[in-house]
Design a binder for this molecule. Structure first.
Ligand SMILES: [Ca+2]
Ligand SMILES: [Ca+2]
Length: 428
């Protein structure tokens, strides 16, 4: 705590300088009132929650542990340039501009955090990235058997001036028909191409790509049975992207193509939502106990109705953990969802394909939807063995949707992983 106070004091001068250059990050009416009630006039710094330069998010030099004293190498010759070395234990400068937290954050019963409306949220602006909900506290814990579910359009950042211990579950996954993880379905995602409508069997959609490339959809109407228009072309996936410079969700899977434009025709399966976006910062220790689980997995794609294509699986999301010491004894998951199965007409009867399975936190990829004859199975989602999702199957009826690609699991600090992580974590 002494370290923390020194950090805050050292940052005091810079906050005003930043305020003149960057927009003030705390602008949500309810958040402003929370800030005032939380810190009041005694800590003027608390009203100076500044935005930070996204390029600094993960690129700052390592922090200096207990050395909070300025020295020659810490000298910041340009007062307008953020300098994360000045005793701040986080690579995210904005966390050192908030003042002391008012207390701990201990989850002892199941709770849903909606990042759009939760009154505890500080607005954390991320430059080019989406504004996140920041929960700022002293010690943070999730008790064994307790699930904290994060939903809402904004990513979730939980930061502790002390340590974070998780015995239970932190869930920002998307699950078909159940929930959409916080910050899921990043706005700037795009598929390489959408699938083609076809009355004899439409194309399946590609899954969402993120750290791993998703599977393409499957081709429909391989037997060119109707419409004199050949096959239904599959949707194709975008390429995987490099490590993001800000916290964001993954990419949604595409929607399968419809049988035709007729209102009576089968509709393509809807794409699965991506996994959400969560970052966890602790000045001291971060510990995920053996019973603990953190997931930002993507949802499965929906099955196509009669002769329509399957939807693609959503990609995994993004999980960032940073602390002086990071110990992972439990389970981390950011896999994509499985693709949905295509639909078909069998003996004159319309048949809807099965949805793909939601992405698991385990190393095994999510299964694609399957079960019908002459319809394309959905592709398997990403797994520990493969960042990529599999393609949906081709069929005489509707093509299958592609499996979702993996998301990111990023760890920073003195890291030891004794538990399970799928995909494998990136330690930077
Ligand atoms: Ca056909
Ligand atoms: Ca056709």
């Amino acid at each position: 705590m002494i370290l923390w106070l020194k950090c805050a004091m050292l940052q005091r001068g810079r906050c005003s300088a930043l305020s003149s250059r960057y927009t003030v990050g705390v602008n949500h009416p309810s958040v402003s009132s929370v800030l005032r009630s939380a810190f009041g006039a005694t800590v003027a710094l608390s009203l100076c929650a500044c935005t930070f330069d996204g390029s600094n998010f993960y690129s700052s030099e390592p922090t200096e542990g207990s050395d909070a004293s300025p020295n020659a190498s810490d000298a910041n010759t340009n007062p307008d340039t953020p300098d994360a070395e000045a005793g701040c234990p986080f690579s995210l400068d904005a966390l050192c501009l908030l003042g002391e937290p008012t207390g701990g954050l201990n989850f002892t019963s199941n709770e849903v955090i909606d990042t759009d409306v939760d009154p505890r949220c500080f607005d954390l602006e991320q430059g080019a990235g989406p504004t996140a909900c920041l929960l700022w506290a002293d010690a943070v814990s999730v008790a064994a058997g307790v699930t904290v579910t994060a939903i809402g359009s904004r990513p979730l950042v939980v930061a502790s001036s002390d340590s974070i211990s998780i015995f239970g579950t932190l869930d920002a996954s998307s699950q078909r028909g159940v929930q959409q993880g916080a910050g899921a379905n990043f706005d700037d995602c795009a598929l390489a191409s959408g699938p083609q409508r076809d009355i004899g069997g439409a194309g399946g959609a590609a899954g969402g790509s993120f750290a791993g490339e998703a599977g393409d959809g499957g081709t429909g109407d391989q037997d060119s049975s109707l419409g004199f228009d050949g096959t239904g072309a599959p949707g194709t996936a975008s390429t995987a992207v490099g490590q993001p410079t800000f916290l964001r969700g993954g990419c949604r899977g595409g929607n399968g193509a419809d049988e035709s434009s007729s209102s009576l025709a089968g509709s393509g399966g809807s794409g699965g939502a991506s996994g959400g976006a969560v970052a966890l910062y602790a000045a001291q220790n971060f510990t995920l106990e053996g019973s603990g689980l953190i997931r930002v997995t993507g949802a499965g794609g929906g099955g196509g109705q009669v002769q329509a294509g399957g939807g693609g699986g959503g990609s995994g999301g993004m999980l960032r953990i940073e602390a002086s010491v990071v110990v992972i004894n439990g389970t981390l998951g950011a896999n994509g969802g499985g693709g949905g199965e295509g639909g078909v007409r069998l003996n004159g009867f319309p048949e809807t394909g099965a949805s793909g399975t939601d992405g698991p936190a385990s190393p095994t990829g999510a299964a694609g939807g399957t079960g019908l004859s002459f319809a394309g199975d959905g592709g398997v989602g990403s797994s520990l063995a493969s960042l990529a999702g599999d393609a949906g199957a081709n069929a005489d009826g509707g093509g299958g949707g592609g499996g979702g690609g993996a998301g990111f699991i990023l760890l920073r600090g003195a890291v030891s992983v004794n538990g399970s992580s799928s995909p494998a974590p990136i330690v930077d």
